[in-house]
Design a binder for this molecule. Structure first.
Ligand code: GDP
Length: 468
């Protein structure tokens, strides 16, 4: 077994595409579910595969547990993994019932199932129970023996043959052993039609937008108000709408996806840990979104948690639109609006580029402007600036305001290129990257924004020393 982590495995951002999170949609990524009795290491394997890209683990009993999805790019193919481990503690159901639930839902939605067992424990009744449920599916099942770090355990894993799913594939999720081989086997077990090459665009790339914010700011009313808008047509995709976690709709001739709306529709009935839950939910939505609508309750001003959640959007490199909701509760005075604007600019100093919208979900005001701002932000986030244009702008900025000397040496920029979109990322090749003072970096960012706008999206400036 070789260690996993060859250069062609890396996690890519989730598809900004028509394939909503459901694998059952034909255009979606193939979905691989990891099932097994508790404690065999399902989450460890999931985390190993997605490498921390999906970072939500809810361990608060009684909260609405959702499955975790993680996207992986393997040898040029897109795969999506689902961790069903989270379903285990739902309620206090007997083990058998829990396992059954977990496996049945996995069978329904996945294209391939990984039956995970614990090589150190050997074959248990729990494994037999899971296997019994799995036998009812015609979908491919791969038997995977985890915790097989040592040669004796690997040998002992042979007994899992008895489950009737062929030869066990030995791995160690914890140590990353055998994971590459497992991924190869997953790919070869998938129906060809389900494999899409990386870079192949899915028709009708729709901007993916997340509604985030602390509890009670009006997210759920806002969602309903948006969907009730005259110019909005919610798509009814048969078979995917009922338990889909995203909402897809058309607005002024454009497709849009609001991600993770199921979580907004059924707010967790939780008292304890409410704040933390809000942050976790926001993070999960941001994983798959391009632009975040950060909803605030304007009647309460800007709270520390509002800025905290917005910080998560920034961390996820999402576009950001600030939404002052419940504006109907505010006095209709332009001075009040200006005051709020000033407050927002002071509190969201890290995102001066984020537009601010005043809305009322209740009175249904300001909604088209908010949707326009979100669409515009997603367009800005996808922009590409031609290299020659970029270089002449940056050379001009350098000439206009020379970099200050640092310890007697001066920054020289040789060449600039936009290495990535989503968000726009500019790589500056310089004589010595350590000579970039943060204020000079800000000067360059401001210069780029003055020229190109990039309203609603973060941009990244990366400096590389010559030869790096
Ligand atoms: P969520 O927890 O963020 O989803 O918040 P909800 O949508 O459940 O709203 C929380 C409360 O604020 C409810 O009582 C709503 O009726 C109220 N609310 C939401 N939006 C508005 C608004 O624009 N104006 C007023 N006055 N109340 C609102």
């Amino acid at each position: 077994m070789k260690r996993s982590g060859s250069p062609d495995t890396h996690v890519v951002p989730p598809p900004k595409a028509a394939d909503a999170s459901r694998s059952t949609t034909e255009v979606g990524r193939p979905l691989v579910a990891i099932v097994g009795r508790p404690n065999v290491g399902k989450s460890a394997l999931f985390n190993r595969l997605v490498r921390g890209r999906v970072a939500i683990v809810e361990d608060e009993p009684g909260t609405t547990r959702d499955r975790l999805y993680g996207d992986v790019e393997w040898r040029g193919r897109h795969l999506r993994f689902v961790d069903t481990g989270g379903l285990e503690t739902e309620g206090r159901l007997p083990l058998l019932t829990q396992v059954r639930h977990q496996v049945e839902s996995a069978i329904r939605e996945a294209d391939v199932l990984l039956l995970l067992v614990d090589a150190r424990d050997g074959l248990t009744t729990g494994d037999h129970e899971v296997a019994d449920v799995l036998r009812r599916t015609a979908k491919p099942v791969l038997l995977v023996a985890n915790k097989a770090e040592s040669e004796p355990t690997r040998q002992a894993a042979i007994e899992f043959y008895k489950l009737g799913f062929g030869e066990p594939i030995p791995i160690s999720a914890h140590h990353g052993l055998g994971v590459d081989e497992l991924l190869d086997l997953v790919v070869s077990s998938l129906p060809r039609a389900r494999l899409r090459r990386v870079g192949e665009e899915v028709a009708g790339e729709a901007p993916r937008i997340a509604i985030i914010g602390r509890p009670n700011v009006g997210k759920s009313l806002l969602l309903n108000a948006v969907l009730g808008e005259e110019r909005v047509v919610v798509s009814e995709e048969p078979g995917t709408t009922r338990d889909s976690i995203d909402t897809r709709f058309r607005y002024e001739g454009r497709d849009l996806v609001l991600v993770d709306t199921a979580g907004i529709r059924r707010p967790g009935k939780i008292q304890r840990g409410v704040e933390r839950h809000a942050v976790l939910r926001a993070e999960r939505a941001l994983e798959r979104a391009e632009v975040a609508l950060l909803v605030m309750d304007a009647s309460e001003g800007v709270t520390a948690q509002d800025t905290h959640i917005a910080g998560r959007a920034q961390k996820a490199r999402c576009g950001l639109v600030l939404v002052a909701n419940k504006w109907d509760l505010m006095p209709p005075d332009p001075a009040v609006r200006r005051e709020f604007q000033t407050l927002v600019r002071a509190r969201f100093r890290f995102a001066p580029w984020a537009p601010l919208c005043f809305v009322s979900a209740k009175a249904r005001t300001g909604l088209p402007a908010m949707l326009d701002a979100a669409l515009a932000a997603s367009e800005e986030r996808r922009r590409r600036i031609p290299t020659h244009e970029l270089n002449s702008l940056v050379m001009h900025l350098l000439a206009e305001h020379e970099p200050p000397p640092v310890k007697g040496r001066r920054l020289k920029v040789l060449y600039v290129t936009q290495a990535e979109r989503e968000p726009p990322t500019f790589v500056f090749f310089a004589n010595d990257a350590s000579l970039v003072h943060f204020s000079y970096r800000r000067y360059l960012e401001n210069g780029l924004r003055r020229a190109y706008g990039f309203r609603g999206t973060p941009i990244r400036l990366v400096f590389r020393s010559r030869g790096e």
